[in-house]
Design a protein around this ligand. Structure first.
Ligand code: SF4
Ligand code: SF4
Length: 120
C-alpha cells in the first residue's frame, strides 16, 4: 500500500521560494510548457511564477489552503524548480527542508518511505 502524498495537505514550499526558471520554459517560447500567463519576467534570461516574487509570497498556480488541502493547478506543466525539489531522497529519507517548512505551519515531520539501513 502506498503512502498518501504528503504535499496534498502541505503546499508550504509554494509560498516560500521564488520560483524562477529559464524564460523559455514558458509556453510562449517554442517547446515551452509552463503557462506564460502565470509567469512574469525577471530579467532577459529568467522568469518566475506570478506571486512567487511578492510579499506575502504565494505562487499563483497554488489552489487551496497550505497546511490543510492544496493543489498545483498546473501540475503537469509546472516549471523545473518544482520538479526538482524532492520530498524524499533516493534512499527514502525525507527532505529536511520539507520538515523545516512544514513545522512553520504546524505539520509534523515526514516519515521515511521505508526503513533506512542501520548505521554500521
Ligand atoms: S514542503 Fe515538501 S511536503 Fe510540503 S508541499 Fe513542498 S515538497 Fe511537499
Ligand atoms: S507551479 Fe505548482 S508546484 Fe510550483 S510553486 Fe506553483 S503551485 Fe507549487
Amino acid at each position: 500500500m502506498s503512502e498518501p502524498n504528503p504535499c496534498l495537505d502541505c503546499g508550504i514550499c509554494c509560498t516560500h521560494f521564488r520560483i524562477s526558471f529559464y524564460w523559455a520554459e514558458a509556453d510562449d517560447a517554442e517547446g515551452g510548457f509552463v503557462p506564460a500567463g502565470m509567469t512574469e519576467k525577471l530579467n532577459h534570461h529568467m522568469r518566475c511564477m506570478k506571486g512567487s516574487n511578492d510579499v506575502p509570497r504565494r505562487c499563483a498556480a497554488l489552489a487551496g489552503t497550505p497546511g490543510s488541502a492544496v493543489l498545483c493547478t498546473i501540475y503537469e506543466h509546472r516549471p523545473t524548480p518544482c520538479r526538482e525539489f524532492p520530498v524524499y531522497f533516493e534512499d527514502g529519507s525525507p527532505n529536511p527542508k520539507c520538515d523545516e517548512l512544514r513545522a512553520t505551519i504546524g505539520l509534523g515531520p515526514l516519515r521515511p518511505l521505508f526503513p533506512l539501513p542501520e548505521a554500521a
